[in-house]
Every structure is written in C-alpha cells, then in structure tokens.
Design a binder for this molecule. Structure first.
Ligand code: UDX
Length: 460
C-alpha cells in the first residue's frame, strides 16, 4: 500500500487495523520503529505518510469512504478443528468481509490480497451480496464486486519486487472493476505485465507459484544430501543444471530448508484442497515437498550432534542467524527454530546472534525463556552440567564464539560472508567446527584458520 501511495500521488491510501499499538508504530516519527524491517520501506513511508498514505484505527470511516478495499489479513494454517494442520484459518477474512458489508457505502470493489484457498472469493461474494440493500425507490444503496489480486513480493526485496514486478495478477469477472484496479498498477507497471484471469485461476496461481518455488528448494536440498555421500558438490551441480535455460539459475540454493510465512502454509493448503477433491496422489506429491523440508532441518541438527562426538550436552554452540532469510527480522517458520529446538533437546547451550531478530522473538519461537550468558571463565554452568539445554541472545560475534565448540550458520546475512576466521578460531574450543548451512563461508579460509568445516551439499 505504501508503494501504491508512492507511485500514485493522486490516490488516497488509508491502512487500517484494529490493533492500536501497531497503527501507532506505523505513525511513529522515528522511522526505525516501523513494525516491519524491510529495506527501503522507511524511505517510501517517509515520502508518503501524511501526504496520501495514512495509518488509522478508524476502520468504519475508511471503509465507508473507499472506492476499493483491499483485504490483507492473516490466513494462518488452522491449528484445530476441521482441516487442522493443513487448511487456512479464514476467520479474519470472514470478519473483514462482514465489516466491509456493513460499513461500505455506494459501489465498492473488494480485492482479496491475502493468500487464500481457491474459491474463497465465492464466500466473500456471498457475504457481501447478502448486504446489498435497496432503498424505497428500489435503487441499490450499496453494491460490491470481488476481485483477486494476489501478492508475489518476497520479504527482504519487497520494495524492488513491487516497483518492478514480474507480473501483476488480477482475477475477476467484472470488466469495469478489473479496469479500475489495473489503472492503478498501470501508473508504474507496463501494461503487458498485468495479467487478467478468472477468479479461481488467480487464486490457484498464487498457491501454485509458491508450491513450485518451494519444490525447487526441496529438490536441490534432496540433491545436496546425495552430494554429501557421493563426493559431489551441490553448488557445482546447481550451476551446471541452472545453465539449462529451461531450468534457470535462480532459487537453486541449497540451505537449511525453506521458511517464511508462505511456502509451508500454501503447500499444506494445496494438499488440503487436493484431498478435499479426492486427488490423493496429487496431495501426496505436494506433501512430500514439506516432508523433505522438515527432514533437511532434522538431519542438520543430527549431523551437528554426530560430528561433535555424538553429544552436545553442556557444549556451547554459536548460532549465526535466526531470521528465515537475510534482510528481514521475520522468523515465521524459520529453519533456525526447529534446528535450535533439536539442539536444545540434546542439552546444548546456544549463543544466538542475529543482527535483526530480538531476544523476545527468539524466546517466543523456542517457547523457552532466555538464560543469562554464562561467565566464560566460570567453567560449565549448573544447567550445562544438568544436561538441560539453554540459550541466550548474543550482542556480538566475539561473545557468541568465545569458548564455543561450533558455529552454526543458519541465515545468509552478508556480514557472515566477511567474518575473519583467523581471528575467530583462537576464541573457540578445539577441535572447533563451522557448520555452514547457507554456503556463505570461503572453505579455504576456514580450513586455513584450523577449523573443521561442514557445508551443506559438500561431499568433496
Ligand atoms: C515467498 C515467494 O518468493 C513470494 O513470491 C511470495 O509472495 C511469498 O513467499 P518469501 O517467503 O518472502 O517469499 O521469501 P523467499 O525469498 O521466497 O524465500 C523463502 C524461503 O526459501 C527462505 O527460507 C529462503 O532462505 C529459502 N530459499 C530461497 C532457499 O533455501 N533457497 C533458495 O534458492 C531460495
């Protein structure tokens, strides 16, 4: 919405939320306090806020005065009830649709921006139609059209993705409404990149795009494990297959498995949808993409334990990176969560360092309070000796590695590529290991510093 406001000074954009704290944060004069860390977003907000971009909790008036309403709420995977663990929880979408139905005035275009299971637009349409009233002269007081306009941006590159998208997708039946929405994007996106489809194709395309991308990652991670036992190198294999223009170079980085708010959720949604329509083989096919992803995380935790003489109990390990990818503070479904949990179960003492993720968030994700960092000179702590795992958030690299048996790199922050291993090595307990799940280190420098190295997909 900030980018729409930036590119279209003639359009008034109001972002509304019931959560007062969150709206206050979006209105904070200190732009470093915006609720989301996203490169370039602060500059866009600085240019537009108060001009034609507004953040407000006045949901009722914002809906009443809007020509177009974008529904952009959470659709997490259900944790209980029918479809638990697979289907999307649509309670917030429905609540939004009902509120739009009640508060809208005149003709309103309602746009599904949230990623939704296929045919959700129908539900929204039914709710809105029930509210279409007629006055005494039989003239409509309010009317609605529903369009689907899924978002394809990736976190960390969101502003760039929005400014020059590969495509904008608009699904719907009402030509006039489609034209109105298209006109907004046409202010900065070339017209040939704006694709119009029917509602269901648009909804399904979003799920399919994410499923294809996630499938590529599971495929390369499966190959990585094979590389490790055969003497091949997954980076070389990725380069070799990526030069085939039908395959392409992008999205072939083997790592600790995909995280983020979309991939797992959307595939599970697809699995649920397939099962609903009795397509069990198709459901199983997509389910395996998630199964392989979970395995990648489990096996990384296991091999760390194996390489450290079969036990990490009481050992200090430095975890570099907790976000699900670089350039974001988002930890949703981050591979670091399950890998750290497995290591904590084994009794490890984890010094976690991430340049953007705070201790409060890590504590929520691990479902465990932080311990205070042990005094390096005091020897093993009581909890270390008792075999219970513990963790704390390190403020800098040197504190994290001091006395550690291993460094585990789980997010590809650029600063990890520039680490001086010959300075780090003397701080660690020998034999010391570097577990590089993101292929960020230079293997020769690490080995020259006297450190042992495991790299994902490296069988050489
Ligand atoms: C994704 C889609 O890319 C985007 O189009 C959609 O709108 C939302 O979901 P996002 O989750 O923000 O975006 O990040 P993305 O860059 O796709 O990465 C997802 C996960 O895959 C991350 O954990 C990332 O580290 C991992 N990944 C990505 C790899 O392991 N290897 C790769 O080659 C690429």
């Amino acid at each position: 919405m900030a980018v729409i406001a930036d590119r279209c000074p003639n359009i008034e954009v109001t972002v509304v939320d019931l959560n007062e704290t969150r709206i206050a944060a979006w209105n904070d004069a200190d732009l470093s306090k915006l609720p989301i860390y996203e490169p370039g977003l602060d500059e866009v907000v600085a240019r537009t806020r108060g001009r034609n971009l507004h953040f407000s909790t006045d949901v009722v008036n914002a809906i009443a005065s809007a020509d177009i309403v974008f529904i952009s709420v959470n659709t997490p995977t259900k944790t209980k009830g029918l479809g638990s663990g697979e289907a999307s929880d649509l309670r917030w979408v429905e609540a939004c649709a009902r509120q739009v139905a009640e508060c809208a005035k005149g003709h309103t275009i309602v746009v599904e921006k949230s990623t939704l299971p296929v045919r959700t637009a129908k539900t929204i349409q039914v709710i809105l139609q029930a509210a279409q009233k007629c006055d005494s002269r039989d003239q409509q007081e309010k009317s609605f059209v529903v369009l689907s306009n899924p978002e394809f941006l990736a976190e960390g590159t969101a502003i760039k993705d929005l400014i020059s998208p590969d495509r904008v997708l608009i699904g719907g039946e009402d030509a006039k409404a489609i034209k109105s929405l298209s006109k907004i994007y046409e202010q900065w996106v070339p017209k040939e990149k704006i694709l119009c489809t029917n509602l269901w194709s648009s909804e399904l395309s979003k799920l399919t795009a994410n499923a294809f991308l996630a499938q590529r990652i599971s495929s390369i991670n499966a190959v990585a494990e094979l590389c490790e036992v055969t003497g091949a190198d997954v980076r070389e294999v990725a380069k070799a297959i990526g030069t085939d223009s039908r395959i392409g170079q992008r999205f072939l980085n083997s790592g600790p498995g995909f995280g983020g708010s979309c991939f797992k959720k959307d595939i599970l949604n697809l699995v649920y949808l397939c099962k609903h329509f009795g397509l069990h083989e198709v459901a199983q096919y997509w389910q395996n993409v998630v199964t392989l992803n979970n395995w990648q995380q489990t096996r990384i935790a296991r091999l760390i334990v194996e390489k450290l003489f079969g036990t990490v109990t009481g050992k200090k390990l430095a975890v570099f990176g907790f976000a699900f990818k670089a350039n974001t503070n988002d930890t949703r479904e981050a591979p670091a969560i399950s890998i750290a949990k497995d290591l904590l179960d084994e009794g490890a003492q984890l010094a976690i360092y991430d340049p953007k993720v705070n201790a409060k968030q890590i504590s929520l994700d691990l479902n465990m309070p932080a311990s205070s960092p042990p005094d390096a000179k005091a020897g093993p702590t009581r909890s270390a000796l008792s075999g219970e795992g513990s963790w704390w958030s390190s403020q800098n690299i040197n504190d994290a590695v001091n006395g550690a048996d291993a460094v585990v790199i789980l997010t590809e922050w650029s600063q990890f590529k520039e680490l001086n291993w010959s300075e780090i090595a003397p701080l660690m307990r020998k034999p010391a290991w570097i577990f590089d799940a993101r292929s960020v280190v230079d293997p020769n420098t690490v080995k020259l510093a006297g450190l042992k190295l495991w790299r994902v997909g490296d069988g050489t």
